[in-house]
Design a protein around this ligand. Sequence first.
Ligand code: C2E
Ligand code: MG
Ligand code: MG
Ligand code: MG
Length: 292
Amino acid sequence: HAKASGKDTYQFYSKILNAEALERLEMESSLRRALERNELELAYQPKYATQSKGICGAEALLRWTHPQRGPISPGAFIPLCEEIGLIVPIGDWVVREVCGQLNAWSDAGLAPIPVAINLSPVQFRQPDLIERLFKIVVETGVDPGLLEFEITEGATMENIALTTATLSHLQALGFHISIDDFGTGHSSLSYLKQFPINTLKVDQSFVRHLSENSKDAAIVKSIVTLAHSLGFTVVAEGVETQAQLDHLSGLGCDAIQGYLFSRPIPPQEFAGLLGSELMIQPALGDQRGSAG
Ligand code: C2E
Ligand code: MG
Ligand code: MG
Ligand code: MG
């Protein structure tokens, strides 16, 4: 009996493993096909300056609709892309797509707006990252000052010397640098001092209970103070309520991003938002110029 149940258990797990392995394989080939067939899309989420009360930038976020399964969130497919190395060509596609979009908005007569692009740790580690990025801006003729790269604390701490060199190089070319999900990773204050960066993005986990939780409020207040003391601007992510916005404005947080103002939206819709704005002031851009 024991033997039989052991065998059953084995068959049970091997079935699950096979199903998982098959699903992964299917996802992998679907993703490769999506890239080849240009089925990936970008959504743009506005960043809103608390002082000038206008759109001061956007973050480009990947969107993928699987032909059978429907929309799949980046949290689900990006780790897979990282594992199989597909994040490198996909990352290039994102940068090229954003540059094309910036040119299209410029051709349509819209004022230039900085766009932030997420860089995976895998991309950040590529020895030819700088060349790849530079090639794309040269080919598309986009002002590097309109591009901002968001990297997580974890990615920056992998290799301090390499990070310092890479960030310096990126800044020298005119790109802006943000630390994403700040406060959730392991970054050391001494490196924060040494890294050439422009902006800290307060993770949404600290923003969620900002109005009710005095500890979260204290953490956010400290991050704002720290960032400003080091000459960085601060953006808060995941702002969903007016109370959170009021609190963050009171703390002197430079910009906010979140569903309160807008969800990530397709580029045509984003252009509509820009066009409808009375004040198009890249307020962050001005401050960042003096920070770096
Ligand atoms: P992230 O860079 O921290 O992006 C912020 C995430 O928070 C986005 O999720 C955005 O849709 C979501 N968000 C924005 N406002 C709110 C809000 O008010 N409430 C809540 N609950 N969520 C909000 P999304 O688009 O699912 O992306 C998840 C993560 O996937 C991103 O986190 C980023 O790490 C990664 N990602 C997205 N696009 C790319 C990409 O092009 N390249 C790379 N390497 N990673 C990407
Ligand atoms: Mg981000
Ligand atoms: Mg984030
Ligand atoms: Mg994140």
